[in-house]
Design a protein around this ligand. Structure first.
Ligand code: ATP
Length: 820
């Protein structure tokens, strides 16, 4: 990291503050030697530096605005130099995070402009690729509470601006999860009642225009002239209608009822796509001619959709009726589609149209658009207006008080809404799909109402201590006064009160009361149910038997999960669970399972992290452990964005994924750690570790120091072992044996190893250090640690993955283990 240059402005205070910043960076590095975003540096960390501020800005009554300007100028200079010369993925970039931490401390103390940190973050986001912006968000998310605790009003605007700028760069489709992170950050930083991001003027997003082919193709009339229409002009949906469009629309121009005979796809095409203009600008429907056009367009679309569905239903199972797409023309069209700020775009090629409308999801998409616009129209009816009549000062921009939806049009809108609803719900999962849509729309209506009411402040009134105490006491009473119901399936205990106490105690000891039944018992019972099902007299009896079988199957599965989890893979249908009853798992699995018994299980089942630099022997030791204690340990395979090397096997060495998939997992917070080395990403999926624990094995994870650090910071509960090389010379010798390692790679590994060894001395990251000199000795030490450390010791984080026993015990406590 190059040191910050002075600004050259010849303002002594600026120069002095630049020097102070440089010192603060050195100081920060001595306090936090790691190159990670975590841990954040705090006020006390910077105390020696902030104590010197009065030497630059002397006197209690000095000009505050001047101080802020000086600090801003100096900070911008230092910051620009840093980001211009340091890559965000390099360890040196930690200085930028440290600088931002320092500015946050200054800002909280009123020493600099509260928004300064966010101005720099805005600059940083502007200067980085989308991928690198994720790192910036790692920082922002980790510090969110602190950096938005004070003066949020002054910061809100720049937070909104930078988040919105970033959102404009993100693709809603490709970076959906990242978009979510940005939104969540925005919403968490800015109070819900803040109106800075509300579209109070009710403006529509009119730039996202849908473009489609204006000229009618000759695909039907003159099929052999297909290619000629490469010259067909593209027209915006609000452009003048073409011959074919006019013709199609004019058939309905006098507001005739719906055409029962659907239009062919060619005639429907322009009508269909011109609806998009109404969808994106519903206010155009205030014009009667446009409304008529909209109505006929929606009707034509609806009829076509209904016909498509009928055809599809009747031709189910055969290829008849399937629309075969014609080959797409290659033109510059695709680039056009992706332009304009990553707005999601429909593919509007004429030759795709038939295929598109044969897709149920596409049809649903369009119908939901129409549904929303119909809802909007219905908000203009006198009945809907009556609902907002008591709003004192409505926001005129979103009320459209000069517009009214007349009786006939309102009837039409209502009927069409119904028709759409019926259509969507008709498909198998249509009901659930529509419920989701409905709940989203109804939630949105509340926001619209809030806007209509001119966005009153959303405030939660303070709760007084007396009220709080009373509520707590009430809650406690309610939770404890009622006699709790015995857990489902509990056996009766009535005999305890009537029988002699010693006899009652004996009865209590009956194994049937506390022991899980044998899995085999359920095999026969389920087989009997199957038999009875074949002879069921009527539907009622049949459904009772199915219910009884389901209950038994469920209990059998719960018992089987303890010892036969692997067989669950073979179950596709809950009605056929024979796999769990088979005595001998077949072939390889049988071997594996028998072999599995040969290993000794450690008392502590927490995941084990083997940390250490490249070449120290982690893989060698893990292989030995897995070989000598068969079936006890399971290696957690990392995800990586690099491609497999010769001999590497997917799922054995790594899970090889592309950056997109990696980022999705990462944004979904599924990695317990992730690191980057030479532009290659590595990450460990938390779920793999959880699944391993569930299956009864002890997960083993090989991690670098950074990865270990991150796993620990992310609250992952594990025992951490540092594998040290006997010496750097020996490590060099071992590394040299590795094929394909360049001199540069070798030196960088040695440097990293040196830092790792240094860090291991601090003793706060690792539970034990094993020096891998003599391999056998190192292995013995590893086993000793794993097997001889009692339960509860070395728990770096008490709240992580629970062991199998914990789960089992919880089940027993909940009565879930009791099957009767
Ligand atoms: N105690 C030892 N004595 C001599 N050679 C060893 C010893 N332990 C491991 N090695 C050798 O060192 C090399 C590196 O070992 P290994 O691949 O296990 O390291 P690693 O820590 O897993 O490295 P990486 O993190 O790069 O995968 C191998 O050739 C291995 O055989």
């Amino acid at each position: 990291m190059p040191s910050a240059r002075t600004s050259g402005r010849n303002v002594p205070q600026v120069d002095a503050f630049v020097d102070l910043l440089k010192e603060s960076m050195n100081h920060a590095q001595s306090i936090k030697p790691v190159a990670t975003i975590e841990p954040p540096l705090t006020k006390s960390d910077f105390e020696p530096i902030t104590a010197r501020l009065p030497t630059i800005f002397p006197g209690a009554s000095h000009d505050k605005s001047r101080q802020w300007a000086v600090i801003e100028t100096a900070a911008r200079d230092v910051f620009s130099n840093m980001i211009a010369s340091t890559s965000i993925v390099s360890p040196e970039f930690v200085q930028v995070w440290n600088l931002l931490d320092f500015l946050s401390v200054l800002s909280d103390g009123g020493q600099c402009d509260p928004a300064l940190l966010f101005w720099l973050v805005e600059e940083l986001l502007d200067s980085q690729t989308v991928d690198a912006c994720r790192n910036v968000f790692d920082f922002l998310e980790s510090r969110r509470e602190r950096i938005t605790a004070k003066n949020v009003k002054q910061k809100a605007l720049v937070i909104l601006r930078s988040c919105n700028d970033l959102l404009r760069r993100l693709s809603r489709a490709e970076d959906a999860a990242f978009c979510g992170r940005v939104y969540i950050f925005m919403f968490q930083s800015i109070p819900p009642g803040d109106r800075s991001s509300v579209n109070l003027r009710g403006e529509y997003h009119v730039e996202n225009e849908t473009i489609f082919e204006e000229t009618a193709t000759s695909s039907q009339d003159t099929p052999d002239k297909m290619d000629v229409d490469t010259s067909a002009g593209l027209e915006k949906s609000d452009a003048k209608e073409t011959k074919s469009t006019t013709k199609a629309v004019s058939s309905d121009a006098k507001n005739k009822p719906a055409p029962e005979k659907p239009l062919d796809t060619d005639a429907l095409y322009p009508i269909f796509w011109s609806l998009q203009r109404f969808f994106s600008q519903p206010t155009t429907l205030f014009d009667a001619t446009q409304l008529t056009k909209f109505k006929s367009g929606v009707e034509a679309t609806m009829s076509a959709f209904e016909t498509v569905e009928k055809i599809q239903k009747s031709s189910k199972g055969s290829d008849e009726g399937k629309v075969v797409p014609q080959k797409r023309k290659s033109s510059g069209e695709d680039e056009d589609l992706r332009s304009s700020n990553n707005n999601p775009k429909y593919l509007t090629g004429r030759e795709l149209f038939a295929l598109e409308i044969s897709d149920l999801y596409f049809r649903r998409h369009i119908l939901i658009q129409a549904f929303i616009v119909l809802d909007f129209l219905l908000s203009l009816t006198p009945q809907a207006r009556a609902k907002i009549a008591n709003v004192a000062t409505p926001n005129k921009s979103v009320v459209y008080s000069d517009q009214n939806l007349g009786g006939e049009d309102a009837q039409w809108a209502k009927a069409m809404k119904e028709r759409i609803m019926t259509y969507i719900q008709a498909e198998s999962d249509g009901y659930f799909f529509f419920r989701v849509v409905e709940s989203v729309i109804s939630r949105d209506k509340n926001w619209v109402r809030w806007k209509v009411e001119a966005c009153p402040l959303i405030e939660r009134p303070p709760v007084f201590p007396e009220v709080f105490n009373e509520a707590r006491a009430n809650a406690k009473r309610r939770a404890t006064s009622k006699r709790s119901k015995p857990p489902m399936g509990s056996l009766p205990l009535g005999f305890m009160s009537v029988e002699q106490s010693d006899l009652a105690m004996e009865k209590l000891k009956d194994p049937a009361r506390w022991k899980l039944p044998d899995l085999a018992v359920f095999k026969d019972k389920i087989a009997n149910d199957d038999l009875d099902l074949d002879f069921a007299k009527d539907e009622k009896e049949k459904s009772e038997l199915i219910e009884a079988k389901a209950s038994k199957t469920w209990r059998a599965l719960r018992i089987a999960r303890r010892s036969r989890l692997a067989t669950f893979d073979k179950i596709d249908d809950w009605q056929k669970v024979d796999a769990i009853f088979r005595d001998q798992p077949d072939d390889e699995e049988a071997e594996e399972e028998t072999a599995g018994d040969s290993g000794r299980r450690p008392e502590q089942r927490k995941p084990i992290i083997l940390s250490g630099s490249s070449g120290v022997g982690k893989s060698t030791l893990v292989s030995m452990l897995m070989e000598r204690q068969k079936g006890v340990f399971g290696k957690i395979i990392q995800h990586t964005t690099r491609s497999p090397k010769d001999g590497e096997v997917e799922g054995q060495d790594f899970h090889f994924v592309d950056s997109k998939e990696f980022n999705t997992i990462r944004d979904g917070d599924y990695f317990l750690e992730f690191t980057e080395r030479d532009e290659v990403h590595f990450g460990t999926n938390r779920k793999s570790a959880d699944a391993m624990v569930e299956s009864g094995k002890v997960p083993i994870i090989q991690l670098s120091r950074e990865g270990t650090q991150m796993a620990k910071e992310n609250g992952f509960s594990a025992r951490v072992i540092f594998i040290a090389p006997p010496s750097l010379d020996e490590l060099q010798a071992r590394l040299k044996k590795a094929e394909g390692l360049t001199e540069e790679g070798l030196q960088s590994s040695l440097k990293a190893a040196e830092a790792d060894i240094e860090q291991s001395k601090s003793g706060d990251l690792y539970d034990t250090v094993i020096t891998n000199d003599d391999l056998e000795e190192a292995y013995k030490a590893l086993e000793a640690f794993i097997y001889e450390t009692p339960q509860g010791a070395n728990d770096i984080n008490g709240n992580g993955v629970s062991s199998e026993e914990d789960v089992a015990m919880k089940d027993e406590a909940n009565g879930e283990g009791n099957p009767s």
